[in-house]
Ligand binder design. Structure first.
Ligand SMILES: Cc1ncc(C[n+]2csc(CCOP(=O)(O)OP(=O)(O)O)c2C)c(N)n1
Ligand code: SF4
Length: 249
């Protein structure tokens, strides 16, 4: 007798061309979202607000309705969709530049309003799609195409710690930061995504997950070295953990 231990999630489209760069963690993150949608039985009832940047291609991979909401407006678009169709499950999938720079106002105010939506933010410390420019999460000293001598504190200030800020908003029900650098961390990331989706289903408020994610192409590293960078350079600045969980208080 054979036991199936691995299968393509039903939420995944079949036979699509893989468009993320080799070794990019976006692929793992999208797969986790698909697995959780399957497990919570949400696939047929979900609307995703996709953003701008590499994250936008989530609509290429998932068998769900997606509304493209570029230029940082995903949380505002998701708000409108959820309020118009409260029975739908609504989530955003965004890059850190999109969520916390171009769309910071939309993101924070959705959390302050306690919108009953979920948001996934991929933190790769750069603007990935446009060529690796300095973004809101770029670490002090990090070399990017627009900070060739490294992020300078005097000039650019500090990187934003998104999960902590979102947790401080009274309308947030769940906020966590996870990573995809090891199998153990991938499992924890999936649990966090599930929790962020469940608080929406219970009508408790915003569910948010920040995912530390590699960008081997713009970091100019092998996928393995990129995960090492996540561990050695990102985690000391962006500590992993659950910053708010109203179901535990
Ligand atoms: C207001 C605005 N400015 C600039 C752009 C150009 N732009 C498109 S994608 C992108 C980078 C997005 O980076 P991020 O959100 O970090 O996502 P990633 O590509 O790293 O996944 C930028 C700056 C834009 N779309 N809108
Ligand atoms: S540019 Fe970076 S974030 Fe975008 S797909 Fe390639 S590795 Fe991933």
């Amino acid at each position: 007798m054979t036991t199936q231990v691995f299968k393509i999630p039903d939420s995944f489209k079949k036979d699509v061309r893989y468009t993320f760069c080799p070794g990019c963690d976006h692929g793992v993150a999208v797969r986790l979202v698909a697995e959780v949608l399957d497990e919570l039985g949400l696939t047929q009832n979900t609307i995703c607000a996709a953003s701008i940047g590499c994250s936008v291609t989530i609509y290429d991979f998932l068998n769900i309705d997606t509304i493209e909401s570029p230029h940082g407006r995903a949380m505002a678009v998701a708000t409108g969709v959820k309020r118009a169709k409260p029975d739908k499950f609504v989530f955003t999938y965004q890059g850190d530049g999109d969520f916390a720079s171009i769309g910071l106002a939309e993101s924070m105010h959705a959390a302050l309003r306690g919108e009953k939506i979920s948001a996934i933010c991929i933190n790769n410390t750069t603007y990935g799609m446009t060529g690796g420019q300095l973004g809101p999460t770029t670490i002090l000293g990090q070399v990017t195409t627009t900070s060739p001598t490294g992020r300078n504190l005097e000039y650019y200030g500090y990187p934003i710690k998104i999960a902590e800020h979102i947790a401080l908003c009274d309308g947030t029900a769940f906020s966590a930061r996870v990573s995809l650098d090891t199998v153990a961390n991938i499992k924890k990331a999936k649990q966090a995504i599930k929790k962020a989706f469940e608080v929406q289903m219970k009508g408790l408020g915003l569910g948010f997950v920040e995912i530390l994610s590699s960008c081997p192409t713009n970091w100019k590293m092998s996928p393995d070295k990129a995960h090492q960078r996540v561990r050695e350079e990102m985690m000391p600045v962006f500590n992993l953990g659950i910053y708010k969980d109203v179901t535990q208080s």
